[in-house]
Design a binder for this molecule. Structure first.
Ligand SMILES: CC(=O)N[C@H]1[C@@H](OP(=O)(O)OP(=O)(O)OC[C@H]2O[C@@H](n3ccc(=O)[nH]c3=O)[C@H](O)[C@@H]2O)O[C@H](CO)[C@@H](O)[C@@H]1O
Ligand SMILES: C=C(OP(=O)(O)O)C(=O)O
Length: 416
């Protein structure tokens, strides 16, 4: 199992190019199931989750051509309408094949995702929404069996805001008969990116970017070209790294207009930023100011940045409070950070952090994707050596993070 060995205490300096967003690329790849035409995608990140998704899609009969960050999909010969447990258990986003397969072929068999390190993460809203569209759904032997002659548009109000739930129902509704209204829709930029691709494929969607999506179903969709949106979480993760370790870095290929919540908090931390259309220069020459926040749906503070900001708070000059409202168990990094000398206590879904002057390196264990990133940030700020184990979590969602960090002066290397 790969590990990362990090000698902390180095200032970061130089340029980093941000990759395409994992959470946009995964649903967008699944949209390839909706058409017999060619989907020509660019800015697809180099990630384990993307490789897993391409393997899963390939198993259905979807033709996949990959050339670096360019991927072409062709769905004219899909024969297997299934997502097996072996794939779904390694990547929850596999559930995103359910809506497209059902809408186009009238049938799908998809393994139920199990629990996850960060919370229980049920998919009841995906199922409820598809049933409202007319699907017959049963659960047997850990699988969702879905069937329908033709989905029929309707009004769906989800019980809570769900990102992949909105994406699944949106994709299904594009091929349903008549009008579908998705109320309480997620407004995350990755949902918007998917909606823009679907429109390029011939879908009729109004309200893109809002919490009310109105979809007029069409009989079929055609091929399209699309560049995956830049990863706001990857960009903000590197900004947290410079906020914690100090330095002067410039991020390229960013979408600064979708990062307000994180950028506001980074300003409060004391990161000096010059912001262009698609780049950010960030400088940090002092100890961070602590920041308190609650995670919420977009445009609020993203849960996927909670752990990385907590790492910054561990070395801040004072105390802070972080409340996680999206997932019930997303504090697994706390105990690992405390092994590095952080002073964090939790009470339910709130963490209380007392900033310390210096973290000290130690062996730590990554427990999930963003927790792994937060441990890398803490290690960069720490004195001495940190070994981060189980970085397969990190590889799921960060495009060669250690290569990008080494290029800006971090002492970090992968150990096989
Ligand atoms: C691949 C992808 O895009 N993953 C993102 C997506 O995950 P994901 O789409 O799985 O997260 P959701 O937005 O669905 O989850 C939000 C909350 O709703 C609950 N819920 C959701 C669906 C459902 O049917 N029933 C239910 O109870 C979840 O348990 C959670 O408490 O959004 C999360 C919240 O921004 C991010 O952290 C993930 O990085
Ligand atoms: C939780 C995440 O991803 P997933 O939904 O794929 O588990 C994440 O990207 O932080």
């Amino acid at each position: 199992m790969d590990k990362l060995l990090i000698q902390g205490g180095k200032r970061l300096s130089g340029e980093i190019a941000i990759s395409g967003a994992k959470n946009a690329a995964l649903p967008i790849l699944c949209a390839g199931l909706l058409t017999a035409g060619d989907l020509e995608l660019s800015n697809v990140p180099h990630l384990h989750d993307v490789a897993t998704m391409l393997k899963l899609l390939g198993q259905t009969g979807l033709k996949v051509d990959q050339d670096g960050e360019r991927v072409t999909l062709n769905g004219s010969a899909i024969t297997k309408l299934e997502a097996p447990y072996e794939m779904v258990k390694t990547m929850r986003a596999s559930i995103l094949v359910l809506g497209p397969l059902l809408a186009r072929f009238g049938e799908a068999k998809v393994s139920l995702p199990g629990g996850c390190a960060i919370g229980s993460r049920p998919v009841d809203q995906h199922i409820k929404g598809l049933q409202a569209l007319g699907a017959e759904i049963s659960i047997e032997g850990g699988y969702i069996y879905a069937k329908c002659k033709k989905l029929k548009g309707t009004r769906i109000v989800t019980d809570m805001i769900t990102v992949t739930g909105t994406e699944n129902l949106l994709m299904a509704a594009t091929l349903a008969e008549g009008e579908t209204i998705l109320e309480n829709a997620a407004r995350e930029p990755e949902v918007t990116d998917l909606a823009h691709l679907l429109v390029a494929m011939g879908a009729r969607i109004e309200g893109i970017g809002s919490d009310r999506l109105v979809i007029q179903g069409v009989p079929e969709l055609h091929g399209a070209r699309h560049a995956v949106i830049s990863d706001r979480i990857e960009a903000a993760t590197f900004l947290c790294a410079v906020a914690a370790a100090g330095g002067d870095i410039t991020l390229r290929n960013t979408r600064t207009d979708i990062m307000d919540a994180a950028l506001d908090k980074l300003r409060e931390v004391g990161l000096e930023m010059t912001i262009g259309d698609n780049w950010i220069r960030a400088q940090m020459n002092r100890r961070p100011t602590p920041v308190s926040f609650r995670t919420t749906e977009y445009p609020g503070f993203p849960t996927d940045m909670q752990a990385q900001f907590m790492a910054v708070n561990t070395v801040a000059d004072g105390a802070s409070r972080v409340t996680e409202t999206i997932f019930e168990n997303r504090f697994m990094h706390v105990q690992e950070m405390n092994r590095l000398g952080a002073a964090i206590e939790t009470d339910g879904n709130t963490a209380f952090i007392k900033g310390v002057e210096q973290l000290v390196g130690a062996p730590v264990m990554a427990t999930d994707l963003r927790a792994s990133a937060s441990l890398v940030i803490a290690a960069l700020a720490a004195r001495g050596e940190t070994l981060v184990d189980r970085i397969y979590h990190l590889d799921r969602g960060y495009d060669r993070m250690e290569v990008k960090l080494s290029a800006v002066g971090a002492d970090i290397r992968r150990i096989k």
